[in-house]
Design a protein around this ligand. Structure first.
Ligand code: ZN
Length: 179
């Protein structure tokens, strides 16, 4: 079965101590697990996607402008992958980088087309935040009929309660596997 790893929003702004919308230590603790999974998928010849928020400076029309401080602004280092994932991306041109402007990795991107082209039948999802971009990506994967595995060691949120709710929803209402 062909599978793909989706690493969602594991960027400096969402994870680093000085990130503009950081989930802090819970996010930083994922670095090893996400790095290991990425290396494993690359070694197996499986598809790896790094799918990250892209926002424009002073974009008052974007719905997130009323909800969150500015983050992942085009051309800033906040959009770089966090930690070892940054050098891993630079060293592996086969990693596919996608920009997204909404919570879900599918919203307004060509992710679905790229998955179809590659005959991907199973998704593995990691990144932040569990209750926002991971959850919304999972809902779209569910609606598209993708069997999906969420790696518990690879997801986190700034809100522990919301993290737990999201994992339970993903497992119990979407029927996805949490490992
Ligand atoms: Zn955003």
């Amino acid at each position: 079965m062909k599978k793909a790893l989706l690493v969602v929003d594991y960027t400096v702004d969402f994870v680093a101590e000085d990130g503009l919308l950081t989930c802090g230590l819970p996010g930083q603790k994922l670095e090893q697990a996400i790095t290991a999974l990425t290396k494993q998928f690359l070694a197996q010849g499986d598809a790896v996607f790094f799918i990250n928020d892209l926002h424009e400076k002073d974009d008052t029309l974007h719905p997130e402008s009323k909800l969150f401080p500015p983050h992942n602004i085009r051309g800033t280092k906040g959009r770089n992958m966090y930690g070892e994932l940054h050098s891993l991306y630079e060293a592996n041109p086969e990693i596919i980088w996608l920009d997204k402007t909404r919570y879900s990795a599918f919203a307004g991107t060509n992710l679905f087309l790229l998955l179809r082209e590659r005959g991907i039948e199973e998704l593995h999802i990691v990144g932040v935040c569990t209750d926002i971009c991971i959850l919304h990506t999972c809902v779209d994967a569910y609606n598209l009929g993708y069997p999906t595995i969420v790696h518990k060691a690879g997801v986190a949120s700034f809100n522990e309660q919301a993290h737990e709710f999201a994992l339970a929803h993903i497992q119990n209402s979407l029927g996805f596997t949490i490992i």
